[in-house]
Design a protein around this ligand. Structure first.
Ligand SMILES: *Cc1c(COP(=O)(O)O)cnc(C)c1O
Length: 358
């Protein structure tokens, strides 16, 4: 038998979540953000399951190429734009939309002599201070875009939120107000919202929402799971028990001996570790599911294996399936234990894990 570490991708959950995003943003078109291999769920399968979206958002031309190779002719947006003049011919050949967020990119388009059309999304910095033109330059940037002969179609004006997951904070409303004020005189479509804004900032939905995490059933809102917003997790990470051993009281378990049995323990060894993408920093006590019952990890997660306490589950035996996260064990809880967010965990599943669909 092959190694039992598996990621099961629930394509019906992806479709449910897309419908849920549409229900929450009924007046908006939906860009399904599928960067980082579909947040670790597998780009081609995600693109196929989310074929009902109005566009895909990616971070690299290589990812767009993979989507085109599936036969999809859907609109695809390069969310960080392009990096050198030669990219423009690839963008045209693959019929991609590109974000333009910086003077250097605008200059490359101005110097470009190919008359074939380009579709642009022009990004402004409204307060995140990562990518985007200064809003104070909005008029000048818009004039230069209008002057481009290859950009006859009006661009989509966009910005990105830094704190839209904080529904009570003023930061997002401030960003919206700054964006609106600076672009007041410009016609055309607008795109502001990521998943958290789809969930918490209806006034920011506008023409296009850009949803990533929500489509995979993930929450970025602290203390909440995707299920709290009616979303369904699209990934289950599972493996099996490959050993069940008795550890006497006073003995330490695993590397570094950091966990010491305070009573005799029945310890299960699961064939899954940080080499599969499970966070090594998850401390003892992080839950897994065995036969639907919770069991805590004990000791350090190692590369291929991890130990769990089965003392309260006398029926558990070698070969039993173990769930590391999934619909009945929110990945948000594992992420919280590991001091990170769910996105990093699903993105971090490694290539040796077998991917299956249901
Ligand atoms: C990744 C990304 C998104 C999606 O963010 P989620 O929180 O996953 O919804 C939206 N817009 C841009 C520009 C992004 O880079």
């Amino acid at each position: 038998m092959s190694r039992p570490a598996s990621a099961t991708i629930h394509t019906d959950a992806l479709q449910h979540n897309l419908a849920e995003v549409r229900r929450r943003a009924p007046g908006s078109r939906v860009m399904a953000v599928v960067k980082a291999d579909g947040y670790g769920h597998g780009l081609e399968r995600v693109a196929q399951a989310l074929a009902g979206a109005d566009a895909f958002g990616v971070a690299s031309i290589a990812d767009a190429e993979r989507i085109r190779a599936t036969g999809s002719s859907k609109r695809i947006v390069l969310l960080s734009g392009f990096f050198e003049p030669a990219d423009l011919s690839l963008i045209r050949r693959l019929q991609l939309d590109t974000v333009v967020h910086h003077e250097t990119q605008l200059a490359m388009i101005e110097a470009d002599r190919d008359p074939a059309p380009l579709r642009l999304w022009v990004k402004f910095d409204s307060g995140m201070h990562r990518l985007g033109f200064d809003l104070a330059d909005a008029e000048r940037v818009a004039e230069r875009i209008r002057a481009l002969p290859q950009c006859a179609e009006a661009p989509v004006w966009m910005t990105h939120f830094a704190r839209s997951d904080e529904f009570e904070a003023a930061a997002t409303a401030d960003q919206v107000a700054r964006f609106d004020a600076a672009l007041e005189c410009l016609g055309g479509a607008r795109s502001l919202s990521n998943s958290a804004a789809v969930l918490g900032w209806p006034a920011a939905h506008r023409d296009w929402v850009r949803a990533g995490g929500a489509l995979y059933g993930l929450s970025v809102v602290a203390g909440k799971t995707g299920a709290d917003f009616g979303l369904r997790p699209a990934m289950s990470l599972t493996s099996r028990l490959v050993a069940v051993n008795h550890v006497p009281e006073g003995e330490a378990i695993g590397y570094g001996g950091v966990y010491v049995a305070r009573r005799p323990l029945r310890v299960g060894i699961v064939a899954l570790g940080y080499g599969d993408g499970y966070p090594r920093v998850a401390p003892s006590g992080t839950p897994v599911l065995v036969g639907g019952q919770r069991a805590p990890t004990v000791g350090r997660v190692s590369m291929d294996l991890m130990a769990i306490d089965l003392s309260h589950l006398p029926a558990a035996q070698v070969g039993d399936p173990v769930t590391l996260w999934g619909p009945d064990l929110p990945v948000e809880h594992i992420a919280e234990a590991a001091g990170t967010i769910s996105y990093e965990l699903t993105c971090g599943i490694t290539r040796r894990v077998r991917f299956v669909e249901d």
